[in-house]
Unconditional design. Structure first.
Length: 661
């Protein structure tokens, strides 16, 4: 609004009263400068005024003493008054009035003593000296127009009174000098009016430039904020977060100011988005962002959206314990929101987050990416541990430690260096005791021959994506080692959700079957009922394609997760493997009853039942009582190399090929 008023005042089209607000601002803006200029101007004027005493001596020598005495008195009084007012920080208008009064007093102080001279002709011409006082009022000082006109008007009136009553001269003299004084009054007043307008316009131009500069600066800051702000949540975006990360890292490298980087991922957000819609999905992210922002307030941390449903928190903290506390506070803040999420299959029905934190330590080295990588590995561990949990990267944890990086590197060369191999565990038909199938189990060894447990390298292979190449290798080796020579009727292979989601997985399996000449019906793929198995269309489509190839689909570890019943409804499994934990709990009546209920549930669905983990004769007897189809465990057969499985006798081959496993 003020900028528009400035523009109108500058254009002056149409004519209008000047803005009172601008006038006030104009006077206030020039207050300090005008105070200094008025003070300095009076000192100069008094000095020049006293120096003109030489003219008194030349033109009115007989009264020069009195004229000079008057000059000194007026000058001293004016200087004293201006200094007192200046030191009292009086308003500028009082300084202007003092200067105006000094001009009038100076004119009178010089004029009246000079009029007493006997040199009539000299004083008649000496009267022209009064024009200097009018010019001083209008031009020398920066008086406002009304004050300058009043001051110079008093000087003009005084001249006419003196000329009429004290210096009677000819008419020509009166006309000439009167015209000169009036002209001087008019022209100097006009110049003063123009100068005041120009000063005001200069102020307006300067003020407009200042306003425009301020607006441009604010626009620049707004654009900078916009370029560093996530449009949905209002948090810092990836660019701003990366800059803060570099700043935090530099502070740590230079001054040892440790900090934590915390990655937060909304659990099962794709399911939430697909079911509730994108608008509700956006609302969910905003609510989560606000909860996260509130939860980190007391840690003096910063938060940003790292992309999609992932957020990142940076906090300068002194200890790992404090970082773990922050991570847990973040997790709880979202859980306390209790946002409904009915599409989860892990026993929860609200929106939660998984949290992974990394903390600066000397072993990280000089690369910022290493810290983020450690936070990401901790986040992966949190998700693998069941989601809705917080983990701090632990260098001593084999799943997230530096050792896992060595294993990840090892997996890249494992196939070429013959570091992976397969063993096979028998699966027996409980009614006949015959080995109807075997399960392929992968083994990995280090370059020095040290074995790496599957519980360690399989999650790393899934996290790094190495499971895709390893999975294809397993299927090819199974076909070549056992199925082409008909050592066993069926071989089961565990497949990861990552493989099922991978484009072209079914096609690659078909290619291997074609190369080796093995029928798809002799392969069984075990799908683990776990938290990573989400029922989206890509997986269902892949399973359908695999069944078209004749491959049998088994549900592994049934009962350990929350998605099993949904999978039984959506997919026609050939066999359901009941997890070993239910068998081991059968030494109590409650555990035995639970196993019976699970078996009944699966049997009513029409699936074949395989119980794993049979390790004693008592457990085997119980399985016969429950009329289980197939069993697996150390008591019925330990894992062994392929050469341990001889082809069945010719008389049994036809029967084994038709095995219902």
């Amino acid at each position: 609004m003020l900028a528009e008023v400035i523009d109108i005042d500058l254009q002056a089209q149409p004519p209008r009263p000047q803005s009172v607000e601008l006038q006030t601002l104009y006077r206030r803006e020039g207050e300090v400068v005008r105070r200094m200029e008025t003070r300095q101007g009076l000192w100069v004027a008094v000095a020049v005024y006293i120096l003109f005493a030489a003219t008194d001596i030349l033109l009115v020598p007989d009264v020069a003493f009195y004229a000079i005495l008057a000059r000194v008195a007026v000058g001293a009084t004016a200087i004293t008054a201006i200094e007192v007012l200046f030191r009292m920080h009086a308003h500028t208008k009082w300084l202007d009035l003092t200067c105006a009064g000094a001009l009038v007093a100076g004119y009178w102080g010089w004029l009246f003593p000079s009029l007493m001279t006997v040199h009539a002709d000299n004083i008649a011409y000496y009267m022209i000296f009064g024009a200097i006082f009018m010019m001083g009022a209008n031009l020398f000082f920066s008086f406002h127009f009304r004050l300058s006109v009043a001051t110079s008007g008093i000087v003009l009136a005084t001249f006419f009174l003196v000329m009429i009553f004290y210096v009677p001269r000819t008419v020509s003299y009166q006309v000439a000098f009167g015209t000169f004084y009036v002209s001087c009054f008019v022209f100097t007043s006009y110049v003063n009016w123009k100068l005041n307008r120009e000063r005001y316009k200069v102020f307006l131009n300067a003020f407009e430039a200042k306003v425009q500069q301020k607006e441009a600066s604010e626009r620049g800051k707004a654009l900078l904020r916009l370029s560093h702000t996530d449009s949905l949540t209002g948090l810092d975006n990836r660019r701003a977060v990366d800059q803060k990360l570099r700043d935090y890292w530099s502070d740590w490298q230079r001054g040892g100011n440790s900090f934590a980087a915390v990655l937060i991922d909304v659990d099962f957000f794709k399911r939430y988005n697909d079911f509730y819609g994108h608008q509700e999905g956006d609302r969910c992210l905003v609510l989560v962002a606000n909860a996260l922002k509130d939860s980190i307030a007391r840690y003096d941390a910063s938060i940003g959206r790292y992309g999609g449903e992932e957020f990142i928190v940076l906090a300068r903290l002194k200890t790992r314990e404090r970082a773990a506390e922050l991570a847990e506070a973040i997790r709880r803040s979202v859980e306390y929101l209790a946002l409904p999420h009915e599409q989860r299959r892990d026993g929860m029905s609200i929106v939660t987050v998984s949290v992974g934190a990394g903390f600066t330590r000397n072993q990280i080295g000089s690369k910022l990416e290493r810290l983020i990588h450690e936070a990401d590995r901790a986040l992966y561990g949190a998700k693998a541990n069941g989601r809705n949990c917080a983990r701090l990267f632990d260098p001593n944890d084999p799943q997230t430690s530096d050792e896992s990086e060595n294993i990840a590197a090892l997996l890249k060369i494992a196939i070429d260096q013959d570091l992976v191999s397969l063993v096979y565990q028998p699966i027996r038909d409980l009614s006949t005791g015959r080995v109807d199938a075997v399960e392929a189990l992968m083994r990995l060894k280090m370059l020095d021959g040290t074995s790496v447990p599957p519980s360690l390298f399989i999650p790393i292979a899934e996290r790094t994506g190495a499971i895709l190449d390893l999975g294809r290798w397993v299927i090819r080796v199974v076909c070549l080692e056992l199925l082409t020579s008909e050592h066993v009727p069926v071989v089961s292979v565990n497949v990861s959700p990552i493989q099922l989601r991978s484009p072209g997985f079914a096609a690659s399996v078909a290619s291997i079957l074609g190369e080796t000449g093995v029928a798809g019906s002799r392969l069984a793929f075990e799908i683990t009922e776990g938290l990573e198995m989400e029922m989206h269309s890509d997986i269902l489509r892949c399973i359908s394609d695999l069944k078209t190839l004749g491959i049998r689909i088994w549900l592994d570890d049934f009962g350990t997760g929350f998605a099993g019943l949904s999978w039984l409804r959506l997919i026609d499994f050939d066999t359901v493997k009941i997890d070993r934990s239910f068998l081991h709990d059968c030494d109590t009546p409650k555990g035995k009853a639970m196993l019976r209920d699970i078996i009944g549930l699966v049997r009513n669905r029409g699936h074949k039942i395989l119980v794993e983990g049979v390790e004693t004769e008592e457990q085997l007897t119980l399985m016969r009582q429950f009329r289980i189809d197939h069993v697996q465990g150390f008591h019925v057969g330990r894992p062994a190399p392929a050469r341990s499985f001889e082809p069945p006798p010719p008389s049994d081959r036809r029967r084994t090929r038709a095995s219902p496993v």
